[in-house]
Design a protein around this ligand. Structure first.
Ligand code: G3H
Ligand code: 13P
Ligand code: ZN
Length: 304
């Protein structure tokens, strides 16, 4: 049984100069793909579920994540991603998650501090780690929409961490969720990131870190998707962010595109097949490939 607190994975990564991948799951197939990649690469991972994933799969899906975590030999943190409220965080902590994110990033500073502090108080009693967020990613973050980037201020981040006792901090440095992150050249504020890393002593987290690989987008488009103009964070930027202090990297969109591209292809090429397992097996493999590749970029291969 290797279900571990998120903090443990991140402190080791911080010392080792690599990042742990957080690969969002939303069904049996994505969970299977992410876990089997982690096992093959001998890498620690976060298995994150958003409240949207919990709505879709119920706590049965969280139970599946916990079952996977307990079965494999690599360390896994079962994690609530973008926890929208104290109540949802509390429910996940009671259910057995080893890590929760409380996302108070849309609240004013004081409101974010008090919400995060409340979650930290109940989480730490049970040895559960807490990720918080300061600053806002442009676009949609779960239920919250921000029309522009609101970059994290280094001195506010230091104050925030001291006041809340959060174990890790998600920062806004120019990434965003989804497949359309940049109109032109991808730009992240690395100067700001290194100032935050100097000011804050907890591990930092990068959300919206999908690279939206051209080959996978092209494969999806070939079989009927319409994803023109999709653009992600180049892998070189991810490596640079890790050098500057990012210890956890969140990826969801790349998995979604790879999954649906494989399903589109399987459906188009196997018109007489109606066994879902046959149509979904290639999707498991496609997601696994993306996760394997990303684990290498993060430097977490062999760090289990
Ligand atoms: O931020 C995390 C996800 O990419 C959005 O997930 O559609 O389950 O809210 P969701
Ligand atoms: P992407 O949309 O870039 O995959 O980001 C996922 C994420 O931040 C999940 O919390
Ligand atoms: Zn996110």
């Amino acid at each position: 049984m290797v279900l571990v607190a998120g903090k443990k994975l991140l402190q080791k990564a911080q010392k080792g100069g690599y990042a742990v991948g957080a690969f969002n799951i939303s069904n049996l197939e994505t969970a299977k793909a992410v876990v089997s990649a982690a096992v093959e690469a001998n890498a620690p991972i976060f298995l994150p579920l958003t409240s949207g994933a919990l709505k879709y799969g119920g706590f049965e899906l969280a139970g599946l994540a916990l079952a996977f975590a307990r079965k494999v030999h690599v360390p896994v943190a079962v994690h609530l991603d973008h926890g929208p409220s104290f109540e949802v965080a509390r429910e996940c902590i009671s259910f057995g998650f080893s890590s929760v994110m409380i996302d108070g990033s849309a609240l004013p500073f004081g409101g974010n501090v008090s919400l995060t502090k409340k979650v930290v108080a109940i989480a730490h009693k049970k040895g559960v780690s807490v990720e918080a967020e300061l600053g806002q990613l442009k676009g949609r973050e779960e239920a919250v929409f921000s029309a522009k980037h609101i970059y994290t201020e280094p001195s506010a981040a230091a104050r925030f961490v001291k006041l809340t006792g959060a174990d890790s901090l998600a920062v806004a440095i120019g990434t965003s969720h989804g497949a359309y992150k940049f109109k032109g050249t991808p730009m992240l504020d690395f100067k700001r990131l290194s100032e935050i890393a100097d000011a804050v002593n907890v591990p930092l987290v990068l959300h919206g870190a999908s690279s939206v690989p051209k080959a996978i987008v092209a494969a999806a488009n070939r079989y009927g998707a319409r994803l023109s103009g999709a653009r992600g964070v180049p892998e070189s930027h991810i490596r640079n962010a890790i050098r500057l202090g990012i210890c956890k990297v969140n990826v969801d969109t790349d998995l979604r595109i790879a999954f649906t591209a494989a399903v589109r292809k399987a459906l188009a090429e196997n018109r007489s097949v109606f066994d879902p397992r046959e149509l979904l097996s290639p999707a498991i493999e496609a997601v696994k490939d993306v996760v394997m590749r990303r684990i290498k970029v993060l430097g977490s291969e062999g760090k289990a």
